[in-house]
Design a binder for this molecule. Structure first.
Ligand code: ZN
Ligand code: ZN
Length: 149
């Protein structure tokens, strides 16, 4: 693998991609990301179009809004990335590809830097840091958890 190249892909492995030179990264709280991912908020990262390439498989396209197209694995359904259909923003010079950060093989290498669509966030979003934690998927019954003060 070339230096500085990050790889990622869908859950089943049918679609793989490679990127270099991460442009930006953040959380998105918009209602479309929420519905399409099924999560309360998503983490994404972006790269210039010329720094993104699909290295395996043929992602399926979905026009999720007037000027944005999202791509999925047709076999397992993972939402992998999306692109703006509009011309590239002048300050950036290239069209950007925004990919779901959790589809990277090493997502910890790309920390989010901003919150996007903050006005649309779930009102409970900021409470997450104070919740009881369990190191695995084995969780106690809700009635048996410590009461938060
Ligand atoms: Zn897949
Ligand atoms: Zn969004």
């Amino acid at each position: 693998m070339e230096p500085g190249v990050l790889c990622g892909g869908c859950f089943c492995g049918a679609v793989r991609y490679a990127v270099q030179a991460v442009f930006d990264a953040g959380y998105c709280h918009c209602s479309i990301c929420r519905r399409i991912s099924g999560a309360g908020a998503v983490c994404w990262f972006s790269v210039r179009e010329e720094h993104f390439r699909v290295t395996r498989g043929h992602p399926q396209a979905l026009h999720s809004s007037e000027h944005f197209t999202r791509y999925f694995c047709g076999a397992c359904g993972t939402h992998l990335y999306g692109t703006d259909d509009l011309p590239p923003p002048p300050k950036v010079g290239s069209r950007l590809v925004s990919a779901m950060l959790g589809t990277l093989d090493e997502p910890e290498l790309v920390p989010p830097r901003i919150h996007q669509w903050w006005s649309s966030r779930m009102r409970w979003y900021g409470d997450a840091a104070g919740l009881p934690t369990f190191d695995t998927g084995r969780i106690s019954h809700p009635d048996e958890r410590p009461v938060r003060s």
